[in-house]
Design a protein around this ligand. Structure first.
Ligand SMILES: [Zn+2]
Length: 196
């Protein structure tokens, strides 16, 4: 099992869990919109399911998403914490609602984290296991995920830059690599000078 641990938002999550204690986690169908985005990144048909407590960005073990591998291959479903799914849908709604800020007007870090979580699990679904590589690819897909949710090109680029600046330092060291840079080993588009 691969888990995406969250450090910064742990306290927030404790508060969220306390606020939402008692909410039940019923089995639900896959999230079609998020599954569609993950399928594009994974380049195969995959399913995203949301689980856990309403509003919670992390589960009891500190993870925001999980993808299992069987015999070295990823299964076709990833699980995201319910609050991650909710944050992504709420961001999409806010974009449809009218003029928006370049970076999200509200809760930018939570939105970054949620975009990153979906992208991260999508690359596990694509078959990438190494956490530093997976996370580096995810950071390069923030722009794509944001655009799929309705962000403008400028908003997508701003979110990508903000994520690359803000997120790696908030993750355990195994999620980072000096190769995650323009022209580095994990650069998905080494010939393209734009980064991430
Ligand atoms: Zn991971």
């Amino acid at each position: 099992m691969r888990s995406l641990a969250l450090v910064l938002l742990a306290l927030l999550t404790v508060l969220t869990v306390l606020l939402h204690r008692g909410a039940s986690a019923a089995a639900k169908p896959g999230d079609l919109r998020l599954g569609g985005i993950a399928s594009e990144l994974a380049r195969r048909h995959v399913t995203i399911r949301c689980e856990g407590l309403s509003g919670a960005l992390t589960g009891a073990g500190g993870e925001s998403g999980r993808t299992e591998f069987v015999n070295g291959k990823p299964v076709s479903v990833s699980y995201l914490q319910e609050g991650v799914c909710q944050t992504l849908h709420s961001y999409a709604r806010s974009l449809r609602a009218g003029p928006a800020c370049l970076l999200p007007c509200e809760r930018p870090l939570e939105i970054e984290w949620s975009l990153n979580t979906l992208a991260h699990e999508s690359y596990h679904l694509a078959g990438v296991r190494n956490e530093a590589a997976t996370e580096c690819y995810a950071l390069q897909a923030i722009d794509f995920v944001a655009r799929r949710l309705g962000a403008s090109p400028d908003q997508g680029r701003a979110l990508a830059a903000f994520s690359f600046d803000q997120l790696p330092r908030r993750m355990p060291p195994e999620y980072s690599s000096p190769e995650c840079r323009d022209g580095g080993r994990f650069d998905l588009h080494p010939g393209d000078p734009s980064w991430p």
